[in-house]
Design a protein around this ligand. Structure first.
Ligand SMILES: [Zn+2]
Length: 215
C-alpha cells in the first residue's frame, strides 16, 4: 500500500518537477541575458565627465584663478547661475569624444585626440549657465559677458570650442611638452606633473620679470 501511495505521489509530482525545472532555467537565462545587455550598455555609454576641481591632476594655480574669477562673476554679474560641467578628463574619455562624428555616431565635438586636450593635463575647465529655476540654459550674451571677466582674470577662452571652455593662458605648447614627455618614457601622470612644473617655471619667470629682477 505504502509503495502504491509513493508511486502515485511520484507520478503526481512529476509534471510539476518537469514544468518547474525548465521555468527555473528560463528565468536564470533571462537574468544573465539582462546582465549581458547591461554590460554592453555600459560599454556603449560614454565615460562620465569628472567635475572635481580638486582632482589630483588639476593644475592648482589655474583652479585657484578660475575659482576666484567664477566667484566674482557669479556674485557681481550672474546671480550664482554658473556651474562647472567638466574639469580633468581621462585619456579614455577624450578618445571617446574624438571618435564622435568620426568613427561613432553624432556630430564632431572636439579637434583634440586622446592626449591632446588641455583637460587631460588638468589645465582646462568647462562651465555652463543655469536659469533661475536651476535648469540648463544657453544664452550667448551670458557667455560673451563672462568671457570679458575671465580674460580680465588671465584665463583663456578658445573660440572654436564650446563657449564654456576655459584654459590656462600660457606661451608654452603644452601638447608638445606632453608628447615629448611620453616619448621619453614618462607615464601620463608624470607627463602631466611635468607640464605643471613647466607652467610654474613660466610663472616664476614672468613674476621675476615684472618685479624687475630679470631685464
Ligand atoms: Zn572644454
Amino acid at each position: 500500500m505504502l509503495l502504491l501511495i509513493l508511486v502515485a505521489v511520484t507520478i503526481a509530482l512529476r509534471p510539476i518537477a518537469v514544468t518547474g525545472t525548465p521555468m527555473k532555467l528560463r528565468l536564470a537565462t533571462s537574468e544573465s541575458f539582462r546582465n549581458i545587455i547591461k554590460q554592453s550598455e555600459r560599454k556603449l555609454t560614454m565615460t562620465e565627465p569628472i567635475k572635481d576641481l580638486e582632482h589630483p591632476l588639476m593644475y592648482w594655480p589655474f583652479v585657484a584663478k578660475f575659482t576666484k574669477a567664477i566667484n566674482f562673476a557669479n556674485t557681481h554679474f550672474f546671480e550664482n547661475r554658473i556651474r562647472v560641467s567638466e574639469t580633468y578628463r581621462t585619456l579614455a574619455r577624450q578618445g571617446e569624444l574624438y571618435a564622435k562624428g568620426r568613427t561613432t555616431k553624432g556630430a564632431k565635438v572636439t579637434k583634440a585626440r586622446s592626449g591632446e586636450s588641455l583637460h587631460s593635463y588638468g589645465c582646462a575647465i568647462d562651465l555652463f549657465f543655469v536659469g533661475h529655476d536651476g535648469k540648463y540654459e544657453t544664452q550667448l550674451d551670458d557667455y560673451k559677458k563672462l568671457e570679458g571677466i575671465m580674460v580680465m582674470f588671465g584665463l583663456k577662452h578658445i573660440r572654436w570650442a564650446d563657449y564654456g571652455h576655459y584654459e590656462v593662458a600660457t606661451s608654452l605648447n603644452l601638447v608638445e611638452i606632453y608628447k615629448a614627455s611620453i616619448k621619453k618614457g614618462m607615464t601620463h601622470d608624470q607627463a602631466v606633473k611635468h607640464i605643471h612644473q613647466e607652467l610654474n617655471r613660466e610663472r616664476v619667470f614672468f613674476k621675476a620679470a615684472e618685479s624687475g629682477l630679470i631685464v
